[in-house]
Design a protein around this ligand. Structure first.
Ligand code: MCA
Ligand code: AMP
Length: 507
């Protein structure tokens, strides 16, 4: 049966029937049970269908984290539509690009953004803009409230698209990674088993849900387990410290763990019920791994993934979790390290990591040539991450073949920021690099040449009008000229070492 391949049908088949089984617990103690969740999702699915959203249609969503946001995600699956989540930090200029590329049938935005989004929608002839705020109020919720609680899950094949998640590329604009029902289902099922989910598990959810980590990895594995999810609007170390004694699993980016370590209350007793701390999206410093074990008795399980493939490797649940490595390829995923032309390299040699498996996406939306460039002839996807694989199969990510900065788990492409800098009056040339940051892991620094009248705060303020806050350089430095090699290429390694201590001096 085709509908068995709709991811919602799979998740729903694992929802406990017990009226008391909580799917979500909010910070005020209120809960939503699994049977309630299923009924609400049907109402949202009817609401989306009433807007004309059907199989294959995109729905672009830029709203605050809320339960209504989850209802929307599940309802889009149930309708067979393609969910396109956007970072809430994106500015209207950024959203305009995504809408022009994704061409959604429906856009859901925060009520405060309605005017700006309406303008974008009308420029791209998008029929429906509806709203949802952080408390789940807005025209979308009102529409859903008026609907029936019956909706037959739309049949889907494994290769049918479930999501379009944008990820910046090494060149050009962001690309929409097409993720299918089969991609998401296989990864969720694999992780559910690999991380040994068990009855009674309780997840603390503090990640944003516009990325694969918070949306698919955290939610889908918990749904498959019929687990309770303690739902937080965002990460706050103090709140998590208060919740740890009632939970069993936390998934986070490395910044979560450095911030938790800064709280003196973190100790083994506090973590008495905890079974698993998982880290990913950015490299976890071996130092953080060691300190966390010393303070709590728990060895963080580090895993590695990317938007195009969900999770790819993981340290073992049983067995040694080795600091500084991202573990073994998932059971159904093949990994290899290759040279520039795809020539496989032996164990122990550094090269680009290439991957193949049921989790690997269907290509970049509307970009068949770009997609073809990123795959080898034998079907391996070129991740752009530099890695080494040991004799026993452990993968270590040792660098990036792509010019990418990861700040607090968010990806930032220097080229995009350099493009905006170069547009500013008085700037001749610019180079953007990532340097170590004690909280975000890496942080953005810009180095520019231009007129002597340039002012750091003016540059930062100007960029903030165009770019999401997390991409805006935290410091701007002025130089007479950028260091270049004999080929004229900017020496970014030189700049990274020159400004390496910008945020860590004296730490
Ligand atoms: C917020 N700011 C940031 C970041 N987050 N700046 C740089 N990098 C960031 N990540 C800005 C804010 O706008 C604010 O600016 C200032 O920095 C400080 O904000 P603060 O309140 O400290 O930040 P926060 O709200 O506590 O957020 C930090 C955070 C958050 C908790 C680390 O960024 C976060 O939840 N990151 C997780 C990202 C994630 O889920 N990544 C997964 C994608 P101002 O003070 O000027 O207003 S990767 C993925 O999905 C793949 C598949 C994978 O492998 O997982
Ligand atoms: P995204 O495009 O947001 O999905 O980010 C994916 C990228 O994050 C990967 O290509 C890696 O560069 C990086 N990444 C994810 N997990 C890890 C990890 N555990 N260690 C190092 N880098 C990671």
């Amino acid at each position: 049966m085709r509908d068995e391949h709709n991811l919602y049908a799979l998740l729903n088949s694992r929802f406990p029937a017990d009226e008391e089984a909580a799917a979500f617990e909010l910070i005020d103690g209120s809960t939503v049970s699994y049977p309630q969740l299923d009924l609400i999702v049907s109402r949202y699915a009817n609401a989306l269908a009433s807007l004309g959203l059907g199989p294959g249609d995109r729905i672009t969503v830029q709203i605050e984290k809320s339960l209504a946001n989850v209802y929307l995600y599940l309802a889009a699956l149930k309708c067979g539509a393609v969910f396109n989540p956007l970072n809430t930090a994106y500015t209207p200029a950024e959203v305009d690009y995504y809408v022009s590329d994704a061409r959604p049938r429906v856009i859901v935005c925060d009520p405060a953004a309605m005017d700006a989004i309406r303008e974008i929608a009308s420029a791209h002839e998008i029929d429906h803009v509806v709203t949802l705020d952080a408390l789940g109020r807005g025209s979308m919720a009102e529409l859903a409230d008026a609907q029936s609680e019956a909706f037959a899950t739309v049949p889907r094949a494994p290769d049918d698209l479930a999501a379009l998640v944008y990820t910046s590329g090494t060149t050009g604009r962001s690309k929409g990674a097409m993720l299918s029902h089969g991609n998401l289902a296989s990864n969720a099922l694999t992780l559910h088993t690999l991380w040994a989910f068990e009855p009674g598990d309780i997840l603390i959810h503090a990640l944003p849900i516009f990325h694969v980590h918070g949306l698919y990895v955290a939610l889908n594995t918990s749904f498959l387990n019929g687990s309770k999810i303690i739902w937080l609007p965002k990460f706050d170390a103090g709140t998590i410290i208060g919740l740890l004694p009632r939970a069993t699993i936390l998934m986070g980016v490395p910044t979560f763990y450095t911030r938790l370590l800064a709280d003196p209350a973190l100790d083994p007793q506090l973590c008495g019920t905890m079974r698993l701390f998982i880290s990913g999206s950015a490299p976890l410093l071996a130092e953080t791994h060691t300190q966390f074990e010393q303070r709590t008795g728990h060895r963080i399980l580090e895993r590695y993934g990317m938007t195009e493939a969900g999770m790819i490797t993981s340290n073992p649940y049983d067995g040694e979790r080795r600091a500084g490595t991202v573990g073994f390829a998932l059971p159904d995923v093949d990994v290899r390290v290759a040279g520039d032309i795809g020539d496989p390299l032996p164990h122990g040699e550094i090269g680009i990591l290439e991957i193949k498996g049921p989790n690997v996406f269907k290509g970049y939306w509307g970009m068949p040539e770009k997609t073809a460039e990123e795959f080898r002839g034998d079907g391996y996807f070129i991740t752009g991450d530099m890695a080494v694989i040991s004799e026993d199969g452990r993968v270590s990510i040792v660098g990036r073949g792509k010019d990418l900065i990861i700040s607090g788990g968010f990806n930032i492409y220097p080229k995009e920021i350099e493009g905006e800098l170069d547009e500013l009056d008085g700037i001749d040339e610019s180079a953007v690099v990532g340097v170590p940051h004690p909280d975000f892991g890496e942080s953005v620094v810009a180095v520019v040449t231009g007129t002597s009248a340039l002012d750091e705060q003016w540059i930062i303020g100007s960029l903030a009008q165009r770019l999401a806050k997390f991409k805006v350089p935290k410091r701007v430095f002025f130089v007479d000229e950028l260091p270049r090699n004999t080929m004229g290429k900017v020496q970014k390694a030189d700049l990274r070492s020159r400004y390496a201590e910008t945020f860590t001096a004296g730490k």
